[in-house]
Ligand binder design. Structure first.
Ligand SMILES: [Zn+2]
Length: 116
């Protein structure tokens, strides 16, 4: 496992996350498309907030199953919290917000969220 660091644009929110990010999920739903996410899902325990508690607002839409946490200052959504269908708590990492990750090397996995 590699420990990556990431956060929002202004730096008020920063986190560490453990994983191997070789693949990015790109979803075509209205929300993901607008924000241009490249996503990876990790177990909630793999995500450690380093700073920024209270610095984000949370956006919900559709079934409200995912907490889309965006920075109140710069507007960047660097991570979200949610649950898998089996109830496992996960963090959705916006790989665009990870430091020192070569995005051009990621294999893109397209997800047709628009049709779900
Ligand atoms: Zn910010």
């Amino acid at each position: 496992m590699t420990t990556y660091t990431g956060g929002c644009h202004c730096g008020k929110i920063a986190y560490a996350v453990e994983g191997e990010f070789n693949e990015a999920i790109v979803c075509n739903c209205s929300h993901c498309a607008m924000k241009g996410f490249r996503l990876a899902f990790v177990p909630r325990e793999a995500f450690t907030l380093k700073k920024g508690e209270g610095e984000w607002s949370t956006y919900h839409f559709n079934k409200g199953a995912i907490d889309h946490n965006f920075c109140k200052t710069c507007g960047v959504e660097s991570f979200a919290f949610g649950k898998m269908p089996d109830g496992m708590e996960i963090a959705a990492i916006n790989l665009n917000c990870i430091d020192a990750l070569d995005l051009s090397k990621l294999t893109v996995q397209d997800v047709d969220g628009k049709s779900v």
